[in-house]
Design a protein around this ligand. Structure first.
Ligand code: ATP
Ligand code: MG
Length: 357
């Protein structure tokens, strides 16, 4: 295998950061909601893609769930590669491998009222899917957005392409950055969340609540690695509002300049187009997206050690960036001067005693 160089640190490019929890393989919602924008912005931005295993712990801290991480982490990285993320351009890294981020998260926790976190619908939804009631909500799950803020701010990232459920979290990162800059020093650019044209793809299944998005944890996904047969049979389960959501997401390339999705909605509503006919069309569109990914995935999968090498390289690079930011933060807050002050005095005392420190 040719030696890969690390992504360039080109200072002139804005930084982009986003990522996924390794709770399972990535799905069509990820592709349309976030992955396509990541690929599109690989050249214009310096990209950091986080495999957020610490965020997985917020709803799955049990030992047997942690034992699933190696397989899931690998699946997520293979998905990223198969959609066209190029590790020479993007830094793909493992969140728990960057301890400076935990330090940063502790410091940022001081800057956000707990009431903001308690009022977030996204956290309540995650708790619900994980079967966690209010009483048992852990501090970690409540603080999910603060850890996310630490991820974003450690990279001093400006652009955060996420799904609609995640925009409120980016808002919190922005709020935290603003408070930090006002209280201590202008360390952070203010991050901006950006949802794609498909901010929330519904899950598969017959009609259901509008808010039930396709989620790894909800078992209602079309995975990027699913076979053509599986994809077709999953798409055929769609009905009602979910079917309409898929039309909006997949027909007319989403931009729908030529009104294809509108026309399909109208024909469907008027009974001129059956559910089965819509399913057929959705199957064709989805296959056009997924077939090339399957081929690429198989090639990457066969390259033994590739995923591990990419993650180790990326995590080392993320460590450097995170450590540099943490030092700046400690300096701005007065914590580094506090420590240096102690060292200075202790050193002087040791010198006075003529004993090397
Ligand atoms: P989990 O159930 O473990 O939370 P998930 O399917 O929600 O998994 P995440 O890893 O939480 O996936 O999300 C990764 C990114 O993909 C986030 O930016 C999120 O907003 C986006 N995303 C997730 N699901 C969808 C969806 N159905 N439609 C559009 N974007 C989505
Ligand atoms: Mg999620």
């Amino acid at each position: 295998m040719p030696e890969r160089s690390l992504p360039s640190t080109a200072a002139q490019k804005d930084r982009l950061l986003t990522g996924d929890r390794p709770t399972g393989p990535l799905h069509l919602g990820h592709l349309l909601g976030s992955l396509q924008s990541r690929v599109a912005m690989q050249d214009s931005h310096e990209c950091f893609l986080i495999v957020a295993d610490l965020h997985t712990l917020t709803t799955r801290p049990e030992r047997d769930r942690i034992a699933e991480l190696p397989r899931n982490v690998r699946a997520v990285v293979l998905d990223l590669l198969s959609v066209g993320i190029d590790p020479e351009k993007s830094t793909i890294y493992l969140q728990s491998g960057v301890p400076a981020v935990y330090d940063l998260a502790i410091l940022l926790q001081m800057l956000i009222p707990a009431s903001h976190l308690r009022s977030l619908a996204s956290i309540a939804q995650m708790a619900k899917v994980a079967g966690v009631d209010d009483e048992r909500m852990s501090l970690g799950l409540l603080g999910y957005p603060v850890l996310q803020a630490a991820d974003i701010l450690m990279a001093r990232a400006q652009l955060i392409p996420v799904g609609g459920d995640n925009l409120a979290h980016v808002e919190i990162a922005r709020e935290v950055a603003q408070s930090f800059n006002e209280m201590y020093a202008e360390v952070f650019p203010l991050p901006e969340g950006r949802a794609s044209r498909v901010p929330m793809l519904p899950g598969i299944g017959p009609d259901g609540p509008a808010a039930s998005k396709m989620s790894k944890s909800a078992g209602n996904t079309i995975n990027l690695g699913d076979t053509a047969d599986v994809v077709a049979s999953k798409l055929r389960t769609l009905g009602g509002a979910r079917l309409r959501g898929f039309i909006d997401a997949l027909i007319g390339n989403g931009d729908d300049d030529d009104g294809q999705a509108k026309a399909m909605h109208a024909a469907h509503q008027a009974g001129k187009l059956s559910d089965a006919a819509v399913h057929d069309r959705l199957i064709t569109e989805t296959e056009a997206l997924l077939a090339p990914l399957r081929e690429r995935r198989a090639a990457f999968e066969a390259d033994e050690g590739l995923v591990e090498e990419i993650l180790v390289d990326g995590t080392i690079r993320a460590r450097e960036v995170a450590y540099a930011t943490l030092q700046q933060v400690r300096e701005a807050m007065g914590l580094e001067p506090l420590w240096k002050g102690l060292i200075d005095v202790a050193e002087r005392r040791a010198l006075d005693r003529k004993k090397p420190y």
